[in-house]
Ligand binder design. Structure first.
Ligand code: GAR
Length: 221
């Protein structure tokens, strides 16, 4: 069975969608722990209430960023999960940590990468006059939001959209996309080779794309 560790910083709605996918038996996974850099992350309370192991690595208790990141890396290594799932972890990870988990760490980002890496993606998509926006799941590399993209959920931008409305619509799709991508790992169908994800032994030259109408009941291809 695929084992995962989920790393969060806040609300944890993506983490929740993964837990719910497990509860509904869409995913057959062992969630080894939910890790947060913030003790008061709402997602931590939810995970603890559900009986999952939670771990806090409180960055404010460390003298410097290096020692914080070293401790985080050690904790994640100790969990010995097959896959590290970043779900709203809002800090930049150093190359040593990322390299340790190369090909075994994924992130969800609220844009159609490579567009809009970094923060405020919804506002920037609106300001740029885009017609399409969405979310991406990618392998984590040392380049911020720059690792090989596995799959994307596309969301149209509508005339009346505000940043909040658009963010909400994208988030709904994130909650479908992330469990579907984790299912690919559970089924042992996806890995990372250099700059490309490899799906069913073939390089994935374009991300898998879903939208609100896609039926992903049995996973994605
Ligand atoms: C999500 O929209 C996720 O894509 C984004 O933060 C939000 C976390 O929400 N992640 C990033 O911006 C990472 N760079 P959640 O805590 O409710 O899952």
């Amino acid at each position: 069975m695929l084992s995962i560790a989920i790393v969060i910083s806040g609300r944890g709605s993506n983490m929740r969608s993964i837990i719910e996918a497990k509860e509904k038996q869409y995913l057959d996974i062992d969630i080894k722990a939910v890790v947060s850099n913030k003790p008061d992350a709402a997602g931590i309370e939810y995970a603890a209430d559900k009986g999952y192991r939670t771990e806090i690595v409180d960055q404010t208790l460390f003298e410097d960023l290096d020692s914080y990141n070293r401790t985080l890396k050690n904790r994640l290594e100790q969990l010995d999960a097959d896959l590290i799932v970043l779900a709203g972890y809002m800090r930049i990870l150093p190359p040593e940590l990322v390299d340790t988990f190369a090909g075994r760490m994924i992130n969800i980002h609220p844009s159609l990468l490579p567009e809009f890496t970094g923060l405020n993606t919804h506002r920037r998509a609106l300001n740029a006059g885009k017609e399409k926006h969405g979310a991406s799941v990618h392998f984590v590399t040392a380049k911020l939001d720059g690792g090989p993209v596995i799959a994307q959920a596309e969301v149209p931008i509508l005339k009346k959209d505000t940043e909040e409305i658009l963010a909400q619509r994208v988030l709904q799709q994130e909650h479908r996309l992330y469990p579907a991508v984790i299912k690919l790992f559970e089924q042992n169908r996806i890995k990372c080779s250099g700059n490309y994800p490899v799906l069913d032994d073939a390089p994935l030259t374009e991300p898998i794309t879903i939208n609100a109408n896609s039926d992903i009941t049995n996973g994605i291809t």
